[in-house]
Design a protein around this ligand. Sequence first.
Ligand code: DGL
Length: 264
Amino acid sequence: MIVSAQSPILLFDSGFGGLSVLAAVRETLPDAPVIYAADLAGLPYGEKTEAEIAARVAGLLGRLAERYQPRLICIACNTASTIALGMVRDVLEIPIVGTVPAIKPAAALTKTGVIGLLGTAATIRQGYVDDLEAKFATDKKLIRYAAPELVHAAELLLRGGTPDPAIFEQVANDLRSKAGDAEIDTVVLACTHFPLLEAQLRAAFGQEVRFVDGAAGIAHRVAHLTQDQAFERDGPGLAIVTGPVDQTLAHALQPYGLSVIERL
Ligand code: DGL
């Protein structure tokens, strides 16, 4: 199939966590036209039921695909991917790249054999995560922890706010106490919002813990699936949001090359 050089790659998240994935995609494919869609009216997905998330994601991606004719969709959200990836792939006829917890690379990297997994409440209870654990980490200890407060902290930071440092200390302490005597040396950032808080998480966890996320792997996969295609950016990057656009957003999205914001 011939793909138009202007056909965008569409990245989708509940909010702006997917910018951590966009940054990696931009680095790998600097000429790719990109549309970033954020379901702000549905944020946070992590506190919703599976049925609610599946319905929102499938409905919105269907509308976005029809309107913008992307060459590929990247679901830059662990929660949406672990719940709705299969379903979306069944209904849309374009390649869909998901974001799933980076348990495989974490299992290869850990020395102590103890891995922390920070995600949303919805992500950490998914069978998808059970399957990844069974496939790649049966000989490791995987300690799952839901940290919805980090989603809000990332959205706040992006808009120029300062999250309370106590939030990060609390997450690090709680995850470590769930591990008991076992020493966590690797933490999977299994929510795309969390790499945006790497500096704050680093301060709370200390230098010796390694963080792993899927952004580079996703960018690699997107590049692979589009390797024979031409790219031409014929205008500014577009952000589409559901829900209200606040004033700070335009400024926050500028460094990511998203200079036009539209409501869906
Ligand atoms: N960024 C999303 C993820 O990767 C979740 C944020 C939310 O709770 O909406 O899981």
